[in-house]
Design a protein around this ligand. Structure first.
Ligand code: FAD
Length: 413
């Protein structure tokens, strides 16, 4: 049976896998990506945050992405019962990127994988990691191709970027349920033919549909738009019919988008995803590191997934390079803590969104511009900037601000 040797095996050709592979390859190490599916493949996660541009830049992916011409994204717009809260990434506290893209992930991920391949990183598609045996830090990984034929890869280190596949946590029993309440999403891509008749037709928008239920509208450059409803399972259980019938009922029930999408052609039958949050105790071990969604995925509301995926991979890749050079790495301090810092800030914002705290802040009558710029930086993905009070005191800060706004609006109606 075939056995190959590489310095680093990367599992998964999503953004976390390709960013890590490219950065490690640039340092002169042999890297191979093994990917279960054939690309292009559908995956959700279409709205990026400016912070991920730094990681894509370090991986040398930006020129190819610029050339492709994805829809540019300059901010985030929240809508509730006719009120609008608009964040522009130009007006933010933390210096950094002030724009990014809205992308169809099938195209985006394929472009990243093709770019990595063109730099010299082999990507083996339709090949599933089925087993890993560690001997100290060295490993032998079993790969099954689509016909079930097995081969092996011996590696000095493994980066697990397998996303929802969660390869290492599942193989070694490391999975842990998330503390977040399980939620469900029903979504589709729509031919958005009437787009130009509406205000800011290319802006990404999050609409509060009902308490705890929100809708994403993510327009793409090719005239199609991703629309998804997210909420607790109970909300969806009141609907009946096929996925498409349920989806169309929901489109008709939201005044903000009803006219734009009424009877529009769908690009594919609406899909359902549910209970996506999960985590593990430790994001590293002897001979491996977990990156991207395998660490922890929270919730789609603030589009944090690809940013946390690429930033964790950027950090991990640099540590793997130092490790291969023979340095001792304090993975807890240099990887786990910064990764959890990002996850924890977003967790506070996700909780504050569903508890209604952010509603009070976003739709307040007289928002303080400085505070808005600080919150805008979090929404741009700059969640490691300790000079930002809404990063440093992410939980208590939001709670205190909301109480202050409620008090002010009661005393000065
Ligand atoms: C409803 C919903 C909406 C979302 N919206 C957004 C959004 O707007 N913006 C955002 O940034 N994020 C969003 N996300 C999150 C986003 O989907 C993920 O965070 C992102 O895809 C993570 O990238 P990744 O590279 O870690 O994993 P993935 O993109 O999932 O890539 C992992 C790859 O590993 C491969 N793989 C799996 N198992 C194996 C195996 N055994 N062997 C080999 N290969 C394997 C898979 O085939 C896959 O290609 C959303 C998530 C949900 C649930």
């Amino acid at each position: 049976m075939k056995t190959e040797k590489v310095d680093v095996l990367v599992i998964g050709a999503g953004p976390s896998g390709t960013v890590a592979a490219s950065i490690i390859h640039q340092a002169g190490y042999s890297v191979k990506i093994v990917e279960k599916l054939k690309f292009p493949r559908f995956v959700i996660g279409e709205s990026l945050l400016p912070r991920c541009m730094d990681a894509l830049d370090e991986a040398k992916f930006l020129p190819a992405l610029q050339e492709w011409g994805f829809q540019k994204k300059f901010g985030a717009k929240f809508v509730k019962s006719g009120s609008i809260c608009d964040f522009t990434f130009e007006e933010q506290h933390t210096p950094g990127w002030n724009w990014t893209w809205q992308v169809q992930r099938a195209d985006f991920d394929k472009l990243l994988a093709d770019t990595a391949e063109s730099m010299g990183v082999p990507v083996q598609y339709e090949s599933t990691v089925t087993n890993i045996q560690f001997e100290g830090e060295n490993s032998t990984t079993t790969i099954a191709d689509k016909d079930g034929n097995e081969s092996f890869i011996e590696a000095r280190f493994i980066v697990d970027g397998s996303g929802y596949g969660r390869v290492i946590p599942k193989l070694f029993g490391l999975d842990k349920p998330s503390q977040l309440q399980p939620r469900k999403a029903l979504f589709a891509h729509i031919k958005d033919a009437r787009r130009t008749q509406f205000d800011e037709p290319n802006r990404i928008t999050a609409i509060v549909h009902k308490p705890g239920i929100w809708i994403w509208v993510i327009p793409f450059a090719d005239g199609t738009t991703s629309v998804g409803y997210v909420g607790e399972h109970a909300f969806f259980s009141s609907l009946s019919g096929t996925n498409e019938e349920q989806f169309r009922t929901l489109l008709d029930a939201e005044p903000y988008i009803q006219q734009r999408f009424k009877d529009s052609e769908l690009v594919f039958d609406p899909k359902i995803l549910e209970s996506w949050s999960s985590t593990t105790d430790k994001f590293y071990g002897n001979g491996y590191v977990l990156t991207g969604n395998v660490t922890e995925f929270l919730d789609p509301i603030f589009s944090s997934g690809v940013t946390l995926a690429t930033v964790s991979s950027q950090t991990a890749a640099k540590l793997v390079i130092r490790k291969l050079r023979g340095e001792e790495i304090d993975w807890e301090k240099e990887y786990m803590e910064p990764t959890m810092q990002g996850v924890n800030v977003f967790r506070s914002y996700v909780n504050a969104w569903y508890e209604g705290t952010l509603d009070t802040i976003f739709f307040s009558k007289n928002p303080d511009p400085n505070i808005k710029h600080q919150i805008c930086s979090v929404l741009a993905g700059y969640v490691w900037d300790q000079s930002n009070p809404y990063v440093k005191n992410h939980h208590n800060g939001l709670e205190r601000l909301a109480r202050f706004i409620e008090f002010s609006e009661k005393t000065n109606p």
